[in-house]
Design a protein around this ligand. Structure first.
Ligand code: IPE
Ligand code: IPE
Ligand code: MG
Length: 237
């Protein structure tokens, strides 16, 4: 049995459609999405995944109806408080990636507290991308690099990126049927394997995760090399 991917990243899409199909308000889909995330975090930890990164709110999601945006902020602030004790006892270390400036004090404080409370855990790193965009990430890293007057190299830029504390994702999953990146980890997914599923995020369960991992294991990651080179020297990672 091959090793599980070290780092899995997920675009958790399809909450709104899940709710609409059931004649429920969209925010009910987001609520169900939190339950799905809880299940996924547990499943990743049990399978020995080291890093899970999830896309929870994009820089572009501010353009949704005000009612949905405030519903999402409220849900997020409450989930931050409610979920931390269980995450802590499961050994999950939380990180948030994204622009903090536009967030309410309640959300920003919740993030700080959750990060502090889980900082010494080491079983699974959970990065929550919130008010995050891949372009924002590249620009903020470049601005920091420029302000320090350091040479522009890939290694230097990477040091300022929001996920500099982890390796690049091996596998990027997107639920909800769309086959696009939607401004997720533009820099970090340069060599990730992509897996798209029609499952809506609230429906994504342990079996769906195992299916994604099984498909990942069928891929040959060449990192620019030829298949023959890999066969001669074994897998690069
Ligand atoms: C993803 O689900 C969650 C967020 C973007 C916050 P959506 O809300 O995009 O669900 P669909 O795509 O409308 O079904
Ligand atoms: C991507 O989903 C963002 C999150 C899952 C948080 P969207 O639903 O916002 O993406 P688009 O608009 O369909 O590309
Ligand atoms: Mg969507």
């Amino acid at each position: 049995m091959s090793a599980v991917p070290h780092h899995i990243a997920i675009v958790m899409d399809g909450n709104g459609r899940w709710a609409t199909k059931r004649f429920l308000p969209r925010v009910a889909g987001h609520k169900q999405g939190v339950d799905s995330l809880r299940r996924c975090v547990k499943a990743c930890a049990e399978r020995g995944v080291s890093v899970l990164t999830v896309f929870a709110f994009s820089s572009e999601n501010w353009s949704r109806p005000a009612e949905e945006v405030s519903g999402l902020m409220d849900l997020f602030a409450k989930a931050l408080i409610r979920e931390v004790p269980q995450l802590n006892s499961d050994g999950v270390q939380l990180h948030f990636a994204g622009e903090r400036a536009g967030l309410s004090e309640k959300v920003a404080n919740g993030i700080d507290q959750a990060e502090r409370a889980t900082a010494s855990n080491s079983r699974l790193i959970l990065n929550v991308c919130f008010n995050y965009g891949g372009r924002w990430d590249i620009v903020q890293a470049a601005a920091q690099l420029a302000s320090q007057g350091q040479p522009i190299t890939e290694v230097n830029l990477n040091r300022f990126m929001a996920l500099s504390h982890v390796r690049d994702p091996d596998l990027v999953i997107r639920t909800g049927g769309e086959q696009r990146v939607s401004n997720f980890l533009l820099w970090q997914s340069a060599y990730s394997e992509f897996y798209f599923t029609d499952d809506l995020w609230p429906e994504f369960d342990e079996a769906s995760l195992d299916q994604a991992i099984a498909v990942y294991h069928q891929r040959e990651r060449r990192f620019g090399k030829t298949s023959e080179q890999l066969k001669q020297r074994g897998s690069p990672r």
